[in-house]
Every structure is written in structure tokens, then in C-alpha cells.
Design a protein around this ligand. Structure first.
Ligand code: 4AD
Ligand code: MG
Length: 540
């Protein structure tokens, strides 16, 4: 049995029968029950609470994030899932065995490392651990992801390992904050979290992107939205929300579409569209403020400008669909795009010059400077790709904005244009009924208008929320089901909700991954979920 197995056996955490030289208890949960696997001393610490052991010895359980060797020193940056810590092994201060092990380490080897912790503001995380003892739990093979740049395809194939990289790690921490903030928001307001089924017999959001499965010789679909079930649950509990995976067979390969994504869908009895919009706005403002409050260091790792996020406060601008169309078609929009085009061209020129200067410097540069130059070249190339994409897009955008007709749905580029200059999200309501789902209630003053709202994230991140008031009249709803060619027999239960105590009610769906992308400043939703599912991706 290995020592780790032994540890696993004492899963009640009891230390009663064991010899313990020194017990340091702390009220902090991160401490309790942890012990060094060699000595039984209880002083293991997670990096995010390392400040609590400043000036003392502590043990870190982690992995080698990065390693640098000089003649008599080995610098190991350790990661333990909660953060990074610089550690130093000095040949003169450790046994020959420890020195030999430290010198043999590979990136991502698992190690348990013990030594004196001291504040050091030059170190990553502000502390440095001076190593006394080091134990290799498992030596890693040559790690495929190195500090040099890798293509996205390569990284996606290694997603299971890529998750350990710093930016990916930071994005998942932000995702976690968002999830917790959403639960807090609704729970504190008396909403009941309920779960909608994943196998369903009927479509909710149109029939074009359904995933069909074989359900004991019958057809079943993976759910596109929990909403219809949410309506039934709201009639039982008043205010509910679902939080679950949803599926759409999106054949489009855009940076905003996944085939499997997580949606949060509150549904409220006795809510009209305005109340629904107020709630969505309040929720969004709360999520943003929680991310800013709790994820400063993660946002820094992601190079996300927090100043723009801090400006986000309710109320958000509310415009009608018709106003949005007018904005798109306006001469000001054309001027703005012209300006954008010339700005991008200028920026590209100056980046090209910088690149040429770096190229000519590279030959004579020292090792450290070469590293810096490589870094900067990587940044410039990434920005140049973005600029080229913009320059290809701008003429297309100009044209599609100009050609936009009342009655058409917005595409990704329209959403980008509508929010390009905004710092807060924009709420667009009063859509043409034609482009919205069968369950949308119509405006009593104009039957062509649906009481729906979309919330568009600023800075061009696109639609993050879709929602609205639901049709609550039995006959009208039955008629809509017919108009949309949906099988009425599958909707009997849904129609029942209009037979037995029908009331005005509303709700919305927030796309988790698009929210993460926006708040993290990530261009593509594939980096916002641990294992993204897209048209061309099922591995790992
Ligand atoms: O606008 P959608 O389709 O609305 C609904 O499904 C409603 N039934 C919600 C409701 O009222 N309860 O989707 C809602 C949100 C979108 O705004 C977007 O953020 C996200 O879900 N979304 C996607 N996210 C990633 N990949 C996709 N393929 C997505 N499709 C929608
Ligand atoms: Mg939508």
C-alpha cells in the first residue's frame, strides 16, 4: 500500500490513534484535517491562504507549474489548484537526495513540498517558500503544453490538460463565481430551484436544431430549454428557476454557439414583461458586481479590463426592436463603421512597424530579451489577426446594417453593432412576433409585436438573455401551436396550464457560457466551459 492509499483509508479524518508531533488547528476549514503524508504534522496549506503561515514552515501539495534551474538553485512555481507559489530549492540548504529530486523535476510532476514561507512582493502571489523537503508523488512525462504558444486546435485536443493553464483556470473560477451569484440572487428572493427534464417529447425553441434520440423505440429530444416545464413549476411555486444543460444541434460554427450549454431560466407567475425586464436587469447587475468583487486577480490573469465592468449598474438602456432597426440603418452607424475601419488600418500600420523593429532587434538580443520579444510578437500577431478579421467584416456589416428590414431577426453582427459602444448591456424589446417562438404573448395594442425581450451584452458579445411574457389564453395558444406546425398532442399538458388557473406570467433564459465569455473578455465560448461540445468537437 502506498502512503496515499493509507491516507484514503482514514476517510473519517480521525487522528485519534495516530502519533502526532504537533497539531496546529485553525478555525479555517482549509486547514482542518489536513496533514503531511510523511510526518503527520498538520501544517498543510492551500496557496490561497498561504498568508496565514507567513514566517513559518508549511507544506504545499501540488504540481510543478514551471521550473527554472541555475547552478545552485532550482526555482519551482507550484500550483495547487487555488493559486501559484514560487518556491526555491538551494543546494546548500537541502539534502543531496532532495537536491537531486528537485533537479530532475518535469513540468506537471506532482510534488509535496515543505519549507519556510516568507512574504516577498516580487514573487507571484506575494509569498515565497524556501524549500527544506520535497517529495515527488509522481514524475510527469514530457508535458505537451509548454510556455510557448500553441494553436487553438492543439489546445482543444488537450483540453483535459489545458484546463490547468492559468487563463483557463481563471476563466473557470469566474464561471464558478457567476454560478454561485445566480443561485444567491434567486435564493435570496424566494425563488425555488427546480429541474426540468433533459429528455423531452416536444420542441420548445423551434424544430430546426433538435437533437433526436432513440427512447425505447420512441423519439425523444434533448431539451432546448426548460422553460415550458418551468411554467408548470411556476404555477405550483410562484417563482422558480431552472439551472441545467440545454442542447441545440447548431450547425453554425460561430464563436457564440455550443451544442451543449447551460441555461438559467427563472419563471414567475403574475409577472408581466416590465417586471421581467426589471428582474433580468437586477440579476445581471448583481452577477457583474460579484465577479468584480470576488475575481479581481482572475480578471487580471485574463487581462480583462475591470474598469469597464465596474461601470455596469442598473438601469440598462431599453430600446424597442423598431428603434434598434433605425439605429442600424442610420447614417451615424455608417460613419461609425467608417471611423472604425480607418482606426484599424492605422493600428495595423503601427503594429507592423513595431514588429519590424522587434525582428531586427532579435538577432543580437540576450536570452531574457529574446523571450520578451517573442512574447510581444505573439501579442502583436494575435491583435493583427483580430484587425484583419475586423477589416474583412466591416464592409459586410455596413452593408447588412443598411439593408436591414423591419421584421427580420438580428444576426450576430447586428448585435455587435448595436452594443459596440455601450458599457452596460442593452435591452431590446417588442420584437416582431414572426421571429419569436410560439409561446410568446402578443402586445394587446399591436398583434404583430411579441412581448419578448433580448438582452445584448456590451462590447459586441451578443445576446446573453432571451425571454418574455407567455401566452396565457388557451385558444390563442392552441392556435399558435397549429400555426407553428407543432404536434398538439405533445402539448396537452402545456395547454392544461391555461385551463386550470391561467395567469399572466413571464421568464427568461440566461446563457451561462456567453455570460462567462463576456465577463472574462474571451472571444470564443469554447473557453468558457470545461469540456465544450460543438459541431466538430466531441473529444476529449
Ligand atoms: O434566446 P433563447 O433561445 O431563449 C430560450 O431558450 C427561452 N426558452 C428562454 C426562456 O425564456 N426561458 O436562449 C436563451 C439564451 C440566449 O440568449 C443565449 O445566451 C443562450 O441561451 N444560447 C446559447 N448559448 C450558447 N450556445 C448556443 N447554441 C445558444 N443558444 C442560446
Ligand atoms: Mg434568443
Amino acid at each position: 500500500m502506498t502512503q496515499l492509499d493509507e491516507i484514503g483509508d482514514t476517510d473519517d479524518g480521525s487522528l485519534e490513534d495516530e502519533e502526532v508531533d504537533e497539531v496546529v488547528y485553525s478555525t479555517d476549514w482549509r486547514w482542518s484535517g489536513n496533514r503531511n503524508i510523511d510526518t503527520n504534522l498538520i501544517y498543510m496549506v492551500y496557496i490561497d491562504s498561504i498568508s496565514e503561515v507567513s514566517g513559518r514552515e508549511a507544506t504545499l501539495n501540488g504540481w510543478v507549474y514551471n521550473i527554472r534551474t541555475s547552478k545552485k538553485l532550482v526555482f519551482i512555481i507550484v500550483r495547487d489548484g487555488t493559486g501559484l507559489c514560487q518556491t526555491v530549492v538551494a543546494q546548500d540548504d537541502v539534502s543531496p537526495k532532495v537536491w537531486e529530486q528537485a533537479s530532475s523535476l518535469q513540468q506537471e510532476s506532482a510534488i509535496v513540498i515543505t519549507g519556510m514561507v516568507n512574504a516577498d512582493e516580487r514573487s507571484i502571489g506575494g509569498y515565497e517558500l524556501h524549500v527544506r523537503d520535497l517529495k515527488i508523488v509522481s514524475q510527469a512525462e514530457e508535458y505537451p503544453i509548454t510556455p510557448k504558444e500553441h494553436g487553438v486546435e492543439f489546445l482543444m485536443e488537450h483540453r483535459h490538460l489545458w484546463l490547468r493553464s492559468r487563463k483557463q483556470w481563471a476563466a473557470m473560477r469566474v464561471r464558478n463565481t457567476i454560478i454561485f451569484a445566480i443561485h444567491r440572487f434567486f435564493q435570496e428572493r424566494g425563488f425555488v430551484q427546480m429541474d426540468a427534464p433533459i429528455f423531452t417529447g416536444n420542441a420548445a425553441e423551434g424544430t430546426t436544431n433538435l437533437f433526436e434520440t432513440d427512447y425505447f423505440d420512441r423519439k425523444a429530444y434533448l431539451t432546448q430549454s426548460g422553460q415550458l416545464y418551468g411554467e408548470a413549476m411556476a404555477m405550483a411555486h410562484g417563482k422558480i428557476y431552472t439551472f441545467g444543460p440545454t442542447f441545440r444541434a447548431e450547425k453554425s460554427k460561430t464563436r457564440r454557439h455550443l451544442t451543449e450549454f447551460w441555461m438559467i431560466e427563472p419563471e414567475m407567475a403574475y409577472y408581466d414583461l416590465d417586471m421581467n425586464m426589471d428582474l433580468a436587469e437586477e440579476m445581471m447587475a448583481f452577477i457583474v458586481s460579484e465577479v468584480v468583487r470576488l475575481n479581481r486577480s482572475e480578471l487580471e490573469v485574463l487581462e480583462r479590463d475591470t474598469a469597464t465592468l465596474e461601470l455596469i449598474k442598473a438601469p440598462f438602456p431599453r430600446i424597442t426592436y423598431t428603434e434598434a432597426i433605425e439605429r442600424l440603418k442610420s447614417p451615424q452607424m455608417q460613419e461609425k463603421l467608417d471611423r472604425m475601419e480607418s482606426d484599424r488600418q492605422e493600428e495595423a500600420e503601427s503594429l507592423k512597424k513595431e514588429l519590424a523593429a522587434l525582428d531586427s532587434e532579435f538577432g543580437q538580443a540576450k536570452k531574457g530579451r529574446k523571450f520578451q520579444i517573442d512574447r510581444r510578437r505573439g501579442e502583436i500577431n494575435a491583435r493583427m489577426d483580430q484587425i484583419e478579421e475586423d477589416l474583412r467584416n466591416i464592409p459586410v456589416w455596413k452593408n447588412s446594417a443598411l439593408e436591414k428590414k423591419w421584421g427580420e431577426d438580428f444576426g450576430g453582427s447586428d448585435e455587435t453593432l448595436l452594443t459596440m459602444d455601450e458599457v452596460t448591456p442593452v435591452m431590446v424589446y417588442g420584437y416582431p412576433a414572426e421571429v419569436k417562438a410560439f409561446y410568446m404573448k402578443r402586445d394587446s395594442a399591436n398583434d404583430n409585436i411579441a412581448l419578448g425581450v433580448d438582452i445584448l451584452a456590451p462590447e459586441g458579445y451578443g445576446e446573453i438573455i432571451g425571454g418574455g411574457q407567455r401566452e396565457d389564453d388557451l385558444e390563442t395558444l392552441r392556435q399558435r401551436i397549429k400555426e407553428h406546425n407543432l404536434p398538439e398532442e405533445q402539448f396537452q399538458w402545456y395547454l392544461d396550464l391555461r385551463k386550470y388557473g391561467s395567469v399572466p406570467h413571464s421568464g427568461f433564459g440566461l446563457g451561462l457560457e456567453r455570460t462567462v465569455a463576456w465577463l472574462c473578455g474571451l472571444k470564443h465560448v469554447r473557453e468558457t466551459i470545461p469540456f465544450p461540445r460543438m459541431m466538430g468537437r466531441l473529444y476529449p
